[in-house]
Design a protein around this ligand. Structure first.
Ligand SMILES: Nc1ncnc2c1ncn2[C@@H]1O[C@H](COP(=O)(O)OP(=O)(O)OP(=O)(O)O)[C@@H](O)[C@H]1O
Length: 254
């Protein structure tokens, strides 16, 4: 199972100077589903996403995307990866289509392929008819969906979403969560979804990784995480795993 996963993280440690941001982190993200990376502020989530997005160099052998080692073959690994960062990166004064076309040409996609994929992804994300609108005219939820459509233009196998719902109201947040779950289910995409909001996890289908103070505290299907925490529900499990009574940490991570 682990070897065939889209993303495999094995024994990943990373420090900013003396401060350990990740210590011996291991988990995997299978195809066709959402893996929620849950953790409180400072847990190490963004550091993990930054390393997986190839913006910091990970130690060799610790991050593998579809069998490609992020340290040894970052271009091959990134060619299979779509990324939506926490901070929006669309050009507000370009139309939806122009934003997608710029991205596609950076990936070297031919014009015909670009137009076909754009139509496909906009339809999948319920954005058909918005292609000629300037991004500035869209609400926050639609802008996020355009970012997801853009991240899918090169048909990645792995989609990284870093706190994708930040700043959205509750109904928009719920709609986006539902869209991403449908996307994973319908296309076989592997999604790593970073959040600190428990209600964004679908307990029936999602895998969960609880990160706290640089370390994985529990990992697996929601039922496994509940067992590991000795809790009845995910909110209680999260509190137990990340609260003041959580297992003691090594000095480096404190
Ligand atoms: N550029 C940096 N230089 C030094 N320390 C950093 C840097 N970025 C993050 N850290 C530290 O590394 C640890 C992990 O931070 P990180 O941002 O990865 O956590 P996070 O789970 O994403 O938090 P948040 O939910 O607040 O974004 C924290 O202790 C943070 O202060």
């Amino acid at each position: 199972m682990t070897d065939s996963a889209a993303l495999v993280i094995r024994g990943l440690s990373f420090s900013y100077g003396p401060r350990a941001a990740l210590e011996d982190v291991s988990f995997h993200v299978p195809a066709g589903g959402v893996t929620a990376l849950l953790g409180p502020n400072g847990a190490g989530k963004s550091t993990l996403m930054t390393l997986t997005a190839g913006l910091l160099k990970p130690p060799p052998g610790t991050i593998t995307v579809l069998g490609h080692d992020m340290a040894a073959a970052p271009r091959k690994a990134l060619a299979r990866t779509g990324i939506v960062f926490q901070q929006p990166t669309l050009d507000l004064d370009l139309t939806v289509a122009q934003n997608l076309r710029v991205f596609a040409s950076l990936h070297g996609l031919p014009r015909k392929v670009t137009e076909a994929r754009m139509a496909e992804e906009l339809e999948r994300l319920d954005l058909t008819g918005r292609a000629t609108e300037k991004v500035r005219a869209l609400n926050g939820g639609h802008r996020r969906r355009v970012e997801i459509a853009r991240a899918l233009m090169h048909k990645p196998d792995l989609l990284l979403l870093d706190e994708a719902t930040v700043g959205l109201d509750v109904p928009t947040r719920k709609a986006l969560v539902a869209h991403v779950h449908a996307l994973a289910r319908d296309t076989g995409l592997a999604v790593l979804w970073t959040t600190h909001l428990i209600d964004e996890v679908d307990p029936a289908t999602d895998r969960v990784v609880v990160l706290h103070k640089a370390r994985v505290r529990a990992e697996g299907a929601v039922s496994d995480v509940l067992k590991q925490a000795g809790a009845e529900d995910l909110a209680t499990a999260f509190d137990r795993l990340t609260g003041p009574d959580a297992a003691p940490l090594t000095e480096a991570a404190q």
